[in-house]
Write a protein that binds this ligand. Structure first.
Ligand SMILES: NC(=O)c1ccc[n+]([C@@H]2O[C@H](COP(=O)([O-])OP(=O)(O)OC[C@H]3O[C@@H](n4cnc5c(N)ncnc54)[C@H](O)[C@@H]3O)[C@@H](O)[C@H]2O)c1
Length: 261
């Protein structure tokens, strides 16, 4: 139980990668504030399930991170719901794929707000408390698309490259104060986020969902395996552990070899 006595706030943690990270932080002993856009009763049910399964304290806060004020208030809301976060995982994110000429400006704004600006607001709010306690772990879920590009992802690329750069900067600002700030850069991971891309690929190749997945993996991910979200959770727990106290400012690919090519 390496994280016993710590409190974690994980954004976008009612499903997908965020939920796996929350579950594994709880399994490592951390108390966890879940966050999502679901109504409070629904989120609290998930928090209660996690508390019962792991024996730690859990809470839930709802906030639309497209709204800068809500993002700026999230750390205070988590502190009121459970305790000040020692661990902050910025995981919430959305995707929209489209060529630049037709990319809807409204989707650009939403992706930048949710995938990038929200992490600015939560880090700004969380760092002073971490500093005063002399210990903090920030894990930002970027993407292989924070390191390399693919077509039709201009907003996502801008947000994820921005998140990697911002994280390195905050890592330098806090390196001597007991804090670490790192990014995890997942490749294709088995969550609802990539559903539309799987369907589009399946339609283009005239196959079923499995054919769509095979095509996506064949193109980019050499291990030819959709990552289970728990793979990302494992790495997040590692980055929060004492073993990783010397690691800050890295953007760590967990991508089945994608960015080695
Ligand atoms: N699945 C992949 O292949 C993959 C690969 C690389 C990076 N990622 C990143 O992992 C993170 C998690 O994605 P996922 O794959 O688990 O997808 P997901 O769709 O399952 O989860 C996304 C989460 O973000 C939250 N969210 C969406 N809009 C929000 C809003 N307006 N306000 C607050 N929260 C909001 C959702 O509630 C959800 O919990 C994202 O940042 C994504 O970019 C995913």
């Amino acid at each position: 139980m390496t994280l016993k006595g710590r409190t974690a706030l994980v954004t976008g943690s009612t499903q997908g990668i965020g939920r796996a990270i929350a579950e594994q932080l709880a399994a490592a002993g951390a108390d966890v504030v879940l966050h999502g856009i679901e109504p409070v009763e629904q989120g609290l049910r998930i928090a209660d399930e996690l508390a019962a399964a792991s024996g730690v304290r859990c809470a839930y806060v709802s906030a639309n991170l497209a709204d800068a004020q809500a993002a700026a208030g999230l750390v205070a809301a988590a502190t009121a719901a459970l305790a000040a976060p020692d661990i902050l995982v910025n995981n919430a994110g959305i995707q929209h794929t489209c060529g630049i000429a037709d990319f809807p400006a409204e989707r650009w704004d939403a992706i930048i707000a949710i995938n990038l600006s929200s992490a600015f607001h939560t880090m700004k709010a969380a760092v002073p408390g971490m500093r005063s306690r002399g210990w903090g772990r920030i894990v930002n879920i970027a993407s292989v698309h924070g390191l390399v590009a693919s077509v039709n992802k201009s907003a996502y690329l801008a947000a994820k490259h921005g998140l990697v750069g911002m994280s390195k900067g905050v890592a330098l600002e806090t390196a001597a104060e007991g804090l670490t700030v790192n990014c995890i850069c997942p490749g294709w991971t088995d969550t609802p986020l990539i559903g539309p891309q799987i369907e589009a690929r399946a339609a283009a190749f005239g196959g079923d969902r499995q054919a769509g997945i095979r095509e996506l993996l064949r193109e980019k991910q050499p291990n030819l395996t959709l990552l289970p979200p728990s793979r990302i959770g494992d790495v997040a727990v590692f980055l929060c552990s004492e073993a990783a106290a010397g690691i800050t400012g890295v953007a760590l690919p967990v991508d089945g070899g994608w960015t080695a090519q």
